[in-house]
Design a protein around this ligand. Structure first.
Ligand SMILES: [Fe+2]
Length: 383
């Protein structure tokens, strides 16, 4: 229910001055009808496109392209048809006005009689009626206007076809855009959810795999954990983005996971390995990459796990890659792995002094190790 106006404001709107001012303003045309016409079609057709594409399981870019094409093509055709319709209406009105002016000119008595009957029907009679007829028919414009509205039923405002078309187009675009916005919002939400779910799956798989390695060989487990933090620091030092730091941490944690497949006699041997044993030991990056590749959330890490023992000079294993052929995550992990191993004591050798480890890394930068990675690590451990 519309709010009831206050009696004071109603009275102020009906003083002789307010009434005169209101009537002097010619009434403005309303384009509400044109707006609703565009809005309804804009909403319905874009919803139909979105629903059709979603139902057919097509890519979201198809929705954006089809939705956008619909907005432009259908929106413009709606506006054009409203433009033509409004122009035809205006031309019909002008035609009727011309005919009425001809009637007044050629059969004024007949037209005067029409005015008389129109106002008699409104309750005028006798001298009063004749006075009204006299006033109206003495002004050709007023006479024509009266015939247009009273006899032919035209409204007092004349709509503009350009504004009508613009109202339809604006409404079509505004309202038609809403389903696309809703879809974009929905896609963004599901994308965020999917990323979060992937992240959870990755963390679960990583934890399960690492628990297996740790149970099989606790030294390798502890050593891998220690390498993770150093590898993260080195990656940050190299100016890499946070997403890559996360990936390097995963590679560092899993770099030796292939040792799960190495026989106990080799893995736990208290002395140095012989040639055959080394050959078997050198299989661990291949075994590790195979394990990682078979676990879907971690499969993208397999190439870096496989290349963790490749050397910059191409003399590493298993594929003899060199320089930038080796994934950066592998190059970082190798340097951090070597540094931590040098500082750890093993049953068959004592731990190195930190200064000796630094010298060893420097000596092998450019041959075994990526020199930039060595520089980054040294700026952290030996600033
Ligand atoms: Fe390794």
């Amino acid at each position: 229910m519309p709010p009831r106006p206050k009696p004071q404001s109603l009275a102020s709107e009906h003083t002789p001055f307010a009434v005169r001012r209101r009537l002097q303003r010619s009434p403005s045309a309303s384009y509400l009808h044109d707006f609703i016409y565009g809005a309804v079609d804009g909403a319905v057709t874009t919803f139909a496109v979105v629903a059709g594409v979603a139902g057919a399981n097509l890519d979201e870019t198809v929705v954006i392209i089809l939705g956008g094409a619909n907005l432009i093509a259908d929106g413009f055709s709606m506006a054009a048809s409203n433009f033509l319709g409004s122009r035809a209406e205006r031309q019909q009105r002008e035609q009727a006005r011309r005919e009425e002016q001809l009637h007044i000119r050629f059969v004024p008595e007949g037209e005067r009689e029409e005015i008389r009957q129109i106002f008699a029907a409104k309750g005028f009679e006798g001298d009063e009626l004749e006075r009204v007829v006299e006033v109206i028919t003495s002004d050709a414009e007023l006479w024509t206007d009266t015939m247009m509205s009273e006899e032919l039923g035209f409204g007092s405002t004349e709509p503009n076809e350009y504004r009508a078309a613009l109202a339809t187009l604006a409404a079509f675009l505004l309202v038609g855009f809403l389903p696309l916005l809703m879809l974009a919002h929905e896609l963004e939400r599901s994308e965020v959810e999917r990323a979060a779910q992937n992240h959870r799956n990755e963390a679960i798989a990583l934890a399960a795999l690492f628990a297996g390695l740790d149970a099989r060989d606790s030294y390798t487990g502890r050593h891998s954990e220690a390498v993770v933090e150093l590898a993260a620091q080195v990656t940050r030092e190299l100016g890499m983005p946070q997403s890559f730091v996360a990936e390097v941490k995963q590679v560092a944690l899993l770099h030796d996971v292939g040792k799960i497949g190495i026989p106990d006699a080799i893995l736990g041997k208290p002395g140095p390995l012989d040639e055959t044993e080394w050959e078997l030991m050198h299989e661990h990056p291949i075994i590790g990459a195979g394990i990682v590749a078979s676990i879907e959330p971690l499969a993208h890490l397999a190439p870096a796990v496989r290349a963790e023992h490749e050397r910059c000079d191409g003399k590493g294993y298993p594929d003899g890659l060199s320089g930038e052929q080796i994934p950066l995550a592998s190059r970082i992990t190798l340097v951090c792995d070597a540094h931590h191993a040098m500082l750890s004591s093993r049953p068959y050798r004592a731990a190195m002094q930190p200064a000796a480890a630094v010298a060893e890394l420097r000596d092998n930068a450019g041959t075994q190790f990526d020199p930039e990675v060595v520089d980054a690590l040294l700026s952290i451990v030996a600033p």
